[in-house]
Design a protein around this ligand. Structure first.
Ligand code: GRF
Length: 232
């Protein structure tokens, strides 16, 4: 046994990290920028991350205002959350557009009209083009269910299981042209257990997503506010 192993194990048990995994960089600091950051949320799926952003705002852990939820899929469950929490939403159905550019333009117009400052892809299952990425440089972030740069693209949790990794997780990163490749803002790791099914592992990863996405939004918002202050 290593000299410090006992102490190490004890620390892990007492800190409760054994089951929770690891968040890095982790900070309990609440950013105190003013005024609230104006968010635009893009979603295509169940909207559980969207809901956790709402809850963080309600609990005063995040100084933000959701100006709009934009969905590309008229049947996605995120819409129900918007209705439940009384948040404005807009369906911009990509199937009704002739090209990616046309869809992106409609999304950009909406974000622009509402003076959105920070755009959050919270389960947005569409690639966006360069014009949108450039317009929102340093103001467009995405959450991905793997420890990037591993397992980019679709079905990241299945990829992790197929590769028999014993640790996986989730990443919030800036969006750039190459998919799931922009610089990393925050990551969380979770164990992959022998008895895991795709569902149990997805739940473990998503529980961490719900923690790190609001943290990342606060961090980026704080940076944006400070950047604007610097320019004054
Ligand atoms: C999340 O796992 C996210 O990482 C991925 O899509 C999923 C969206 O889940 N990009 P939800 O719609 O927030 O519940």
């Amino acid at each position: 046994m290593l000299e410090y192993q006992e102490e190490y194990e004890e620390n892990i048990l007492f800190s409760g990290l054994k089951e929770q995994g690891l968040i890095s960089p982790f900070s309990v600091e609440r950013y105190s920028y003013e005024p609230k950051i104006r968010l635009g949320i893009l979603a295509s799926g169940n909207g559980s991350n969207f809901e956790h952003i709402i809850k963080s705002i309600k609990n005063k852990k995040l100084n933000a205002e959701i100006t709009i939820l934009i969905v590309n899929n008229p049947n996605c469950l995120a819409i129900r959350k918007a209705i439940e929490y009384d948040i404005p939403y807009e369906i911009i159905n990509h199937r009704e557009c002739n090209s990616r550019q046309e869809h992106d333009k409609l999304v950009m117009k909406k974000l622009d009209d509402l003076s959105v400052e920070l755009v959050v892809m919270a389960g947005w299952m569409r690639i966006v083009g360069e014009e949108l990425i450039n317009k929102y440089e340093n103001r467009l972030i995405n959450i991905h269910p793997s420890l990037l740069p591993s397992f980019k693209g679709v079905d990241a949790i299945k990829q992790a299981m197929d590769n028999k990794v014993t640790i996986t997780g989730c990443t919030v990163h800036y969006v750039q042209k190459e998919v799931d490749s922009g610089s990393i803002i925050i990551q969380a790791a979770v164990p992959v257990k022998d008895r895991d099914s795709k569902e149990t592992l997805t739940k473990r990863v998503q529980d961490m997503e719900h923690i790190i996405l609001p943290l990342a939004i606060g961090k980026v918002a704080n940076k944006l506010r400070n950047r604007f202050m610097d320019n004054k």
